[in-house]
Write a protein that binds this ligand. Sequence first.
Ligand SMILES: NC(=O)c1ccc[n+]([C@@H]2O[C@H](COP(=O)([O-])OP(=O)(O)OC[C@H]3O[C@@H](n4cnc5c(N)ncnc54)[C@H](O)[C@@H]3O)[C@@H](O)[C@H]2O)c1
Ligand SMILES: O=CCCC(=O)O
Length: 488
Amino acid sequence: MQLKNQSLIQPDSAFINGKWYRPESDQYFDVINPATSQPVAKVPDLDEKQCTEAVDAAVKAAVQLKNMTGKQRAEILRRWFNLLHESRDDLATIITAENGKPLAEARGEVVYASDFVDWFAGEATRIDGTVHQASASANRIITIKQPVGVVGIITPWNFPAAMITRKVGAAIAAGCPCVVKPAAETPLTALALAHLAYQAGLPAGALSIVTTLVHTASVGKVLTQHPSIRKFSFTGSTAVGKLLAAQCTTTMKKVNLELGGNAPFIVFDDADVSKAVDGIVASKFRLSGQTCVCVNRLYVQSGVHDRIVEALIARVNQFRLGPGDDPKTTLGPLISKKAAEKVAAHTEDAVKRGGHVLTGGEVASDLGEAFFQPTIVTNVAPDALCARSETFGPFLPILRFGTEDEVVQMANSTEVGLAGYFFTENISRAWRVAEALEVGMVGVNTGLISDVASPFGGVKESGQGREGSRIGIDEYLEVKSMTFAVNN
Ligand SMILES: NC(=O)c1ccc[n+]([C@@H]2O[C@H](COP(=O)([O-])OP(=O)(O)OC[C@H]3O[C@@H](n4cnc5c(N)ncnc54)[C@H](O)[C@@H]3O)[C@@H](O)[C@H]2O)c1
Ligand SMILES: O=CCCC(=O)O
C-alpha cells in the first residue's frame, strides 16, 4: 500500500503501551482487501496474556491521565485532531484497502472520525459539577465528575476510524485510558490512529490496540471481565453485544452498547418526492448499505408509491459498482463473500414471498465475490426476512402502506430501535410520527442524521447509552456527590 507517510503502517505489529508491538510468536492473520479478496498486510494474532499486558499498562496511565487538567487533555486531543487531518489521504487509503468503501467515502469517514476528537477536546474543558439544595438545613451538597477508569473497547469493521474515535475521543477527554480490540477485518486503521495519538503526546499505555482473530473470544473475556477495567464500550451486532454485556456483569462494569438496527424509512403522500428520493438514496447506499443507520425497510404510501419507485430505479441505475480505489466507483464491495451471500439470501426470501426484483438482485461476480448489484424489490411482504432483520447491503425492499397508524405500527414492530426516517410536509404529522417512532434517532425530511453534535444510540435491543454530542463524555465519567455539614 503506497502512503505519503509510510510510518502509519508497521509490518506485522500491533500497538501496546505506547509502542508498535511485534510479538515473538509466529501467530499472525491476514488483512484482506474485500475488492480483490487478496491480503494487504498481516498483523499479530494477540491472545489474552498480551491483552492483559495492555490492561496493566492502561492502569498505570490512568493515574497520569486523571491528574492532568482537562485543558492538558484537550491539547493532546487537538494535536491528535491536527495529525489526523494532515494524514487524511493516507488514512482514507488504508480504510479503502481493508474495508472496501470508495475513497471519497473513506475521506468522509476520516473527517467524521477526526471531528469526534476535536469535539471531545472541547468537552474535556467543560467537565463541571453541580450544586444541590440539601433537605437538611445544615448540609450543602455539591457533585464532581471523575474519570470512570480503564475502558475496554470492541469495535466493528464498517467505520474502522469513526467507531474508535467516537469512544476513545470521549474517554481520553474524560481522563480514561483505553484498550481497543478492533474488528479483525480492519485493524490497520486502528493501528494508524494509535500511532498518531502518541505523536500527539498521549502518555504510554493510554491507548493500546490489541489485534486478534483466533483469540477474539478470550481477548473479549479480558476486556469484559478484567477487574481493573471499569467501563466496557461496544459497537457491533446485537447478538454479540448481548453476550459481552452478560460477561460484564461478573465485575459490574459500566456498559455502553451501540448495536444493530433495522431502520424504517417512511414516505407519506404529502412528502416532497424529489427530496425524499435524495434522502432514501443517501441513507440506503452509504457504504453499500452497511451502516447501522441505513434504511432497511422503505414504506411508501399508495399515492406516491409508483413515482418514488420509478425515480429510485433511475437513480440506482446510475451507480457505478467497482473497487473503492477506482475514482469512478460510487458503490464499493461488501466486506466479504459471506456478506454478499446474506444479501442474496434476503433477495431470494423476498421473491419467494411475492416480491418483484425491479433492478439488480445478484452477486456481481464479474467484479469479485464480495460485490452485490444495487437492488430494488417491491411488493415485499411484512414478514420477509429483509423486513424483520438487518440486510447490511445495497438492497432496498419497498412496502406499500395506506394509513399513518398502520405504518407507525409496522415501523415499530421490531425488537430493535436505532434510527428511523420519514418525509412529510405536514408539520403536525412530523411531530406525531417523530414522537411515535420507537428509535433513538429520527430523521425528519432527511436521510442523513450522523453528526458529532447529535447523541448517537438506540432503544430496545439496539443498545444502551449515547455516544458523541455533549452527553457522550458522560459515559466515561462517574458522578460523586459530596455533602458538607456547615453547622457543627
Ligand atoms: N449502533 C451503532 O452505533 C453501530 C455502529 C456500527 C455497527 N453497528 C452494528 O454492527 C454490526 C456489524 O458489525 P460486525 O459484523 O463487525 O458485528 P459483530 O458483532 O460481529 O462484531 C463486532 C466486533 O465484535 C467482535 N466480536 C465478535 N464476537 C466476539 C466475541 N465472542 N467476543 C469478543 N468480541 C467479539 C468482532 O471481532 C468485532 O470486533 C451490525 O449489526 C451493525 O448494525 C452498530
Ligand atoms: O454504522 C453505524 C455508525 C454510522 C454512523 O455513525 O453514521
